[in-house]
Design a protein. Structure first.
Length: 438
């Protein structure tokens, strides 16, 4: 009989399947654990793990494991025989959700979001009016959690997301609250990163600057340092849009210095400080790429892997940098190492490893990588195309014929989805420009 302990990926990610087996791991694992503990212990903190995973992570995880009995859209749908005591506890809260206090609802929704049940979040939390947001802090927090799940759900389908929800929160949440600050900071980033809107980013930075003066006196030393660090990372998008290299570096230097000076007193604070430092190093790696300093980018990417040896995303970033530096063989090894760590990104890692081997003329290795990519993600149209190129060269007419048929099916399905206004990023895997071929 299959046990979750039989597979390292299942064992490592069991907390997503039934809230069991937490023994550390990655920031998103800690996010689930901390959220569960705050719910059952009825405790609150002004800081949380920052990294968010979309619902696609759950889908890819279950697909890789083949554990389709855990593929549910709401924790209440999981079969009773598969539930742990902790999962049942969550179900009890959900069964009585509308009778809970707003403060407890916040904790339930935070846990749901950390488990990647974002569509369930949207069902439990309807749109919240500006009046409710302005008069009740818990309503403002629920609105912010809803906006996060809504944004991630749109990202999953490559659909544009309106920032009006965030604007309503940033303009109406109680002055001096972390949720008002969080919405403002998110609007700086969204205005710059998504819309390339310098005026919008400058506007929200000026709003956040004023909010900082209202909120800082109420914070303890740890919360203040964390907020200041997060602020400078978000605010640096303004000089980034202006292409002011000196100002970007200066603000990121300050951001990093504050983060490295954070001393957490509790295990939760210590881990949140560690995660924040990793996020900043990841941003600084991208900053080095923007500065076209590949030596510095590679150095920072390697530091990231040292700090987070279980994080596959860091290996994907290093792989991309190595490709730009012409170190294709090492990039292939780096991508292969990422495939062992599971989602998010397993299919991309296999595909990129295949691209590297193909560019090196190692067609059989590339062939194996593309097949592995499709095992993780059957919708990966890019891998099907590559198989269609390589199979005839290796004399595999059966796979060549299958590739043509499957490519036709996927293109037809993709067109149908596009006509309905939705797409999935797995149809065309995102790869570095330097590795794209005609």
């Amino acid at each position: 009989m299959f046990s979750l302990d039989n597979s390292p990926k299942a064992w490592f990610n069991q907390i997503y399947l039934n809230l069991g087996n937490f023994r550390g791991g990655l920031p998103h694992h800690y996010k689930v654990e901390f959220s569960f503990n705050h719910l059952v212990e009825e405790t609150s903190v002004p800081y949380h793990i920052q990294f968010n995973l979309s619902e696609i992570f759950r889908e890819f995880l279950i697909r890789e494991l083949g554990l389709y009995q855990y593929q549910v859209k709401n924790p209440l749908e999981l079969a009773p025989e598969l539930r742990t005591e902790r999962w049942q506890t969550l179900c009890d809260y959900l069964t009585n959700y509308y009778e809970l206090t707003k403060a407890t609802q916040v904790k339930v929704i935070r846990l749901l979001g950390s488990l990647c049940f974002h569509r369930a979040v949207l069902e439990y939390v309807p749109p919240i009016s500006a009046v409710e947001i302005s008069t009740d802090l818990d309503s403002a927090i629920l609105a912010f959690l809803r906006s996060t799940s809504n944004s991630l759900s749109h990202d999953d389908q490559n659909l544009p997301y309106s920032i009006k929800e965030l604007e309503t929160i940033a303009q109406n949440a109680p002055v001096g609250s972390m949720v008002r600050m969080g919405a403002g900071l998110e609007l700086i980033v969204e205005s710059a990163r998504i819309w390339k809107d310098l005026k919008g980013a400058e506007f929200w930075r000026s709003i956040v600057d004023r909010e900082m003066q209202a909120i800082l006196p109420s914070l303890d030393a740890f919360s203040e340092g964390l907020l200041m660090s997060v602020y400078y990372r978000g605010a640096s998008f303004v000089p980034l849009l202006k292409k002011d290299k000196a100002q970007v570096v200066a603000e990121m230097d300050l951001c990093q210095a504050i983060a490295e000076g954070l001393n957490g007193e509790t295990p939760e604070q210590q881990y949140i400080a560690h995660e924040n430092q990793n996020i900043i190093m990841e941003s600084r790696t991208k900053e080095a790429l923007w500065l076209k300093d590949l030596d510095l980018a590679e150095e920072r990417a390697r530091k990231l892997i040292e700090r987070g040896i279980l994080e596959p995303r860091y290996r994907l970033e290093l792989g991309e940098i190595l490709i730009q530096r012409g170190k294709v063989e090492e990039a292939a090894q780096t991508y292969r190492s990422a495939t062992r760590l599971g989602p998010p990104g397993t299919s991309v890692a296999w595909f990129m490893a295949g691209q590297c081997h193909q560019s090196l003329g190692e067609l059989e290795l590339a062939y194996d990588c593309y097949l592995a990519c499709l095992q993780c993600d059957p919708l990966a149209i890019s891998a099907v195309k590559r198989l269609g190129q390589i199979a005839p060269l290796l004399g595999d007419e059966q796979i060549a014929s299958w590739s043509q048929l499957r490519l036709s099916q996927l293109q037809e399905e993709k067109e149908k989805m596009a006509a309905s206004g939705s797409t999935f990023s797995s149809y065309v895997l995102k790869v570095p420009t330097s590795m794209k071929t005609a």
